[in-house]
Design a protein around this ligand. Sequence first.
Ligand code: MLT
Length: 270
Amino acid sequence: MTDGTDRTLARATIGGIEMAYEDHGTGLPCLLVHGFPFDHRQWRAQLEGLADAARWIVPDLRGHGSSAAPPPPYRMSDFAEDLRGLLDRLGIDRVVLGGLSMGGYIALAFAERYPERLRGLVLMATRAEDDPDTARQQRMETAARARTGGAALIGAEMLDRILGGRDVDPQLVEAIRTMILGTSVEGLVGSLEGMAMRADATPWLASIECPTLVVVGTEDQLTPPSCARHLAASIPDAELLEVPEAGHVVALERPEIVNPAIERLLARCR
Ligand code: MLT
């Protein structure tokens, strides 16, 4: 099958779950992890703009896009195990691992378990901290509504939260809406419950040894620049990039700024 941009999606069964993913290009292996509730197309602007810069492995997480959707919850460690299984299947030992938002929580969960498998880290529009009680409660309420109404019910409010009432290119809004509406009920519920369960990564950030790029849009209301500054200040070899006129989906919104920064990180990791 294709991903709508004429690229073929490969498939592999990892730990009993069928995962869809892109795998193309040559050289330094880079694994990019999308946010909630998106799919691999969230990285479209990097796959297009940086096609020749690396080997790109870009999966749909369980419950999202074209991957299978096992029963909830999906802990960040479950996602991290799926990624490790995919890398094992592909025979890849060490990668540059990038994640946006929930993808960043998952990248951190992977980094905590498998630091020896990292050559570099990209943490985009994300945070180290766990949810405060009120946010955790809200996630569980949203999960309950998603169970009955699916993405169609919560899609509009998600879009509002993600775009933060900003004036964004209509094509971009449509691309985001399409990804949200393509997310299964299990994917919505599983990820919301899993994010609510995640632990604070702050205590071990100082042990991250690989070169790290931290990226945030200056207008991101879900994971504001203060979260990125905390990450960059806590990780020893981290560079912070604050991207003007960008919100939460910074990778899609401002690739002309984000892509050169990724290229610089790749050069540091080679
Ligand atoms: C995401 O974009 O992955 C989520 O909005 C992250 C979150 O809700 O914490």
